[in-house]
Ligand binder design. Structure first.
Ligand SMILES: C[S@@+](CC[C@H](N)C(=O)[O-])C[C@H]1O[C@@H](n2cnc3c(N)ncnc32)[C@H](O)[C@@H]1O
Length: 243
């Protein structure tokens, strides 16, 4: 199973997100995902690309019955270790999200994928699997980095004193090595995700563009950067209901 360099990066990532997620996840992304999921009590929820499992444990705290799946065996071993220490009932499995045979026909009320769809190599098959494993009217919620980033460069223009986004290839599907983490992520235009959802019988129920007030772990002070980040939101959250 190709893990896109995740095993090599697993310990660093585990330390970065801890048990609450990083600053952006904890304060901006996660509350919105919980809002879209609604009442979790007693629901069967699948976490795809669950990493070290921290978000699965937050779901369990909201009384959901959770299975977390990740392609990285190292991240899953961190998740299992935490589960053991917490006496958690959440189950963690190693699998590629695009082939969920390991679930042996189980179904779920909701599927959540938090900041993982852009890291998953075959997203069309993954969305097809989501449709297969969700009950009728089941909900898929996923967050991703805004695809305008990763393929582009932030440039400052001294004359206008503004930041601009310099980009060349928004419309293509491209796989890129993350400069900071060494992991591979897959750029696809937003329409690619929406098209895959529609083709697999999903109705799109939410589309959120979220800006962050943070830069490199600190609240931003640079006015030009603040306005740039407002114009180009860092994260997208998409909600879809299976017909
Ligand atoms: C940015 S991390 C997010 C992890 C976690 N959801 C979180 O919020 O901390 C992306 C995750 O996707 C996982 N991943 C990448 N490709 C995958 C695949 N094909 N199947 C399952 N998980 C995958 C990685 O191992 C990694 O844990």
């Amino acid at each position: 199973m190709k893990d896109g360099g995740r095993n090599a990066f697993a310990k660093q990532y585990h330390e970065l997100v801890g048990q609450q997620g990083d600053l952006d996840m904890n304060s901006i992304i996660n509350p919105e995902i919980f809002r879209l999921l609604g009442d979790c009590r007693g629901k069967r929820i699948l976490g795809l690309g669950c990493g070290n499992g921290y978000f699965s444990f937050l779901l369990e705290k909201k009384w959901a019955k959770v299975i977390g799946i990740d392609i990285s065996s190292k991240l899953i071993s961190f998740a299992r270790e935490t589960a053991k220490n917490m006496k958690s009932k959440t189950e963690f499995l190693i699998s590629d999200a695009s082939s969920l045979k390991i679930l042996k026909g189980q179904t779920f009320d909701s599927i959540v994928s938090n900041m993982a769809f852009m890291d998953i190599e075959d997203i069309e098959k993954t969305i097809k699997e989501c449709a297969k494993y969700l009950v009728k009217n089941g909900v898929l919620v996923f967050s991703i980095s805004n695809p305008i980033y990763g393929i582009s460069e932030r440039v400052f223009d001294k004359e206008t004193k503004k930041y601009y986004l310099k980009t060349e290839k928004y419309g293509s599907n491209i796989s890129i090595k993350n400069k900071n983490f060494g992991t591979i992520f897959h750029h696809r235009p937003i329409g690619f995700y929406l098209d895959a959802l529609i083709k697999n019988g999903f109705n799109i129920t939410a589309y959120q563009e979220l800006s962050t007030p943070y830069h490199q772990g600190e609240i931003m002070k640079d006015k030009a950067l603040i306005s740039y980040k407002k114009e180009f939101p860092s994260f997208l959250i998409i909600g879809a209901r299976k017909e």
